[in-house]
Design a protein. Structure first.
Length: 67
């Protein structure tokens, strides 16, 4: 630490967060909600994912999508 010099100049800009990936592939984000259902007190949403056809929509718990 004693060998470090004070920083001079403009601080670097914050880098944007990287999109989520799985095995090196980008994961699609939600595009729109097609349906909603209440099952045993838990809300589920039928999500159409960006870049995917409506036939590949999946049911997801509402609370998990908020994270």
């Amino acid at each position: 630490v004693g060998l470090l010099k004070p920083f001079r100049g403009e601080p670097p800009a914050a880098t944007p967060a990287l999109p989520p990936t799985s095995d090196g592939r980008l994961l699609p984000g939600p595009e729109k909600v097609l349906q909603a259902q209440l099952r045993r007190g838990v809300w589920y949403l039928l999500i159409q994912w960006a870049g995917l056809p409506e036939e590949e929509a999946t049911w997801e718990q509402c609370d998990e999508l908020r994270q």
